[in-house]
Design a protein around this ligand. Structure first.
Ligand SMILES: [Fe+2]
Length: 222
C-alpha cells in the first residue's frame, strides 16, 4: 500500500501515472480496466443513488472486479473530504491466512462462495469463487472474504458452501477483517493518492456521516 500527496492532478495525469504501474505495455485498454464511463470513475455521494457505493452508507469489505475482471492495483485519488466519515478500510488477507491454525486453513480450502447482484451500476451477475486463492504475482495464499451486502440499494447475496457449519466459520473470518492487527483505516484529505494491491487486500468504507462532500477518482490497473 502506498500513500502519496499530489494536489491538482488532472484525469490525464492520473491516467499516465496509473499506466506506468500496469504489468502490460501498449494499449490503454490492456493496462487499465474500462467500463461504460471509461477508465476513471468518479465516486461521490448522490442522494438519488440506486447503488450503495454512491450512497452515504458503509461499504462492506470486497475486492474490485469480482463480477468482471480483477485488476492488479487500485488507485484512489481524493478530490475532496471534510473531516471524519467515509474512511476507507483495508484488510490484509495474507496476514490473516498466516495467523490461522492448520485446521482452519483446511476449512478455508473447502469453502466455495457464490455472490449474486443485479447490474444496477457498472457491475453485476453471479460468480462462484473459492475462498482460498493464490496471489497471481507473489503466489502467496490470499483469502477472498467479501461480505454479504445488506442494503435496499442493490444488495449482494452470498451463499457459503463447503461443510456443515461453514457459514459460522466464514462469519468468524469476516470479523477478523475488522481486527486492528489486520486493518488499515485511511482518513482522507484532498490530494491523497493511494495505491493498493487488489489481491492481497480487501477494502471497504465507513458510512459517510457528515462527510457528504467526500469525492474521489478511482482507476483499476491491470
Ligand atoms: Fe471497491
Amino acid at each position: 500500500m502506498r500513500i502519496l500527496k499530489c494536489k491538482n492532478f488532472s484525469d490525464d495525469e492520473l491516467i499516465d501515472f496509473a499506466r506506468g504501474l500496469s504489468s502490460f505495455n501498449g494499449d490503454i485498454r490492456e493496462q487499465l480496466l474500462h467500463w461504460d464511463f471509461g477508465a476513471v470513475m468518479t465516486m461521490k455521494f448522490d442522494p438519488a443513488a440506486t447503488n450503495y457505493l454512491f450512497s452515504d452508507e458503509a461499504v462492506p469489505f470486497h475486492w474490485d472486479g469480482a463480477f468482471y475482471r480483477e485488476p492488479r492495483f487500485l488507485l484512489f485519488y481524493c478530490l475532496e473530504s471534510e473531516g471524519g466519515g467515509g474512511e476507507t478500510l483495508f484488510a490484509d488477507t495474507e496476514k490473516i491466512w498466516e495467523s490461522l491454525s492448520v485446521d482452519d486453513r483446511a476449512r478455508c480450502e473447502k469453502i466455495q462462495l457464490t455472490y449474486r447482484t443485479k447490474k444496477l451500476a457498472h457491475y453485476g451477475g453471479e460468480i462462484k469463487v473459492p475462498l482460498l486463492q493464490s496471489h497471481p504475482v507473489t503466489k502467496r495464499p490470499i483469502l477472498r472474504i467479501a461480505e454479504k451486502v445488506e442494503t435496499a440499494l442493490n444488495p449482494v447475496e452470498l451463499t457459503v458452501a463447503g461443510f456443515p457449519g461453514c457459514e459460522e466459520f466464514f462469519h468468524g473470518l469476516v470479523q477478523m477483517l475488522y481486527r486492528e492487527e489486520y486493518l488499515t483505516e485511511h482518513c482522507w484529505e484532498s490530494g491523497d493518492l493511494v495505491i493498493i494491491d487488489n489481491f492481497k487486500y480487501l477494502h471497504g468504507r465507513r458510512a459517510l456521516g457528515n462527510n457528504r462532500h467526500r469525492s474521489f477518482k478511482r482507476i483499476q490497473i491491470l
